[in-house]
Design a protein around this ligand. Structure first.
Ligand code: SF4
Length: 311
């Protein structure tokens, strides 16, 4: 009996080790792929990794260090934390972690918390001003440290959620780019976790035992819109696995001729060419009777006479 239990325990731990190994490989492969696809890191770069103490930025630093150890290109990493003087922030956690890992680091202490508290009336959201202040400070620190790239820990799910938020609440198809030039025009910001699923980062944080710092120290309310979108994405993913991946992939495969932005496609001057296109419209429109017009799926509004009502 005892040996059966011991065997089961051994099998479970072998299985867990295999899963962890797969996860490690996937994370390194996806980050390496994103870096390559968007030419995020070049030889001689000094990459400033912004470390908040959350799971995503810990994982970013961890995977970048792993890749650097075997990368064909030589680059430096410096970790930077902006201590915004939020009440209860455990100042010792990040320096101890970084020193133990032998990572060069810089802790920038700036009391943006008091500024934000003073300027934003009670009950209103502080995030916009807070993140603007943080961005400015991080850009300055990057210049002072001679960093050529600023790496942020946003991941695939953040990018998809941002796209949906901009569509739902901003009426704009705009996401979160994997690489961009900073607002001051002086830095290149990169998001090497662009292909990584949040669920993998959660598991990796457990595997690696990162000393996570809680993210509610500022006392700001959760962004309800973002929380709703994330919940919706999680629910979709649960019911239709792979959906988030498809949405993320779609951001890299855009067909301007099948959207409605007149600046991206010359709709107003389109003329028949007289030449058949091998793929034509059919390459994209395989659901001519889309759900919107299909009675069985979504009842069409009808006039009293039973005719479809004018829309
Ligand atoms: S959640 Fe808090 S720390 Fe984060 S941006 Fe908002 S106010 Fe700033």
């Amino acid at each position: 009996m005892q040996s059966t239990e011991a065997d089961a325990g051994a099998r479970a731990s072998r299985k867990a080790a295999v899963e962890t190994n797969k996860l490690a490989k996937r994370l390194h492969r996806q980050v390496g792929q994103a870096i390559g696809d968007f030419n995020m890191i070049e030889p001689g770069d000094k990459v400033m990794v912004c470390l908040s103490g959350g799971k995503d930025s810990y994982a970013l630093l961890d995977v970048l260090l792993g890749l650097r150890a075997r990368a064909p290109v030589a680059f430096d990493v410096v970790a930077v934390n902006l201590d915004q003087r939020q009440p209860g922030f455990p100042e010792h956690v990040l320096p101890e972690y970084l020193a133990a890992r032998g990572v060069p680091f810089h802790i920038e202490r700036q009391d943006t918390y008091s500024i934000v508290k003073r300027l934003i009336p009670e009950g209103q959201t502080m995030c916009s001003l807070c993140s603007r202040l943080r961005r400015g400070i991080l850009y300055r620190v990057a210049s002072e440290l001679g960093a050529t790239k600023i790496a942020l820990g946003h991941h695939r799910d953040d990018m998809v959620a941002t796209l949906l938020m901009n569509m739902f609440f901003g009426a704009r198809m705009k996401g979160m780019p994997p690489k961009l030039v900073s607002d001051d025009g002086r830095h290149v910001v990169i998001r090497p976790l662009a292909y990584v699923a949040e669920s993998d980062l959660e598991r990796w944080a457990q595997v690696r035992g990162f000393p996570i710092i809680p993210c509610n120290l500022c006392g700001s309310q959760v962004n309800l819109q973002r929380a709703q979108i994330k919940q919706m994405l999680r629910e979709w993913e649960r019911r239709y696995p792979g959906r988030i991946d498809n949405m993320a992939a779609a951001m890299g495969r855009i067909t301007p001729s099948h959207l409605m932005d007149r600046d991206l496609h010359p709709f107003t001057t389109l003329q028949a060419t007289g030449v058949a296109h091998a793929e034509g419209d059919k390459a994209f429109d395989d659901d001519a009777c889309s759900d919107v017009y299909t009675e069985q799926r979504l009842p069409i509004a009808r006039s009293p006479a039973g005719e479809p009502a004018a829309r």
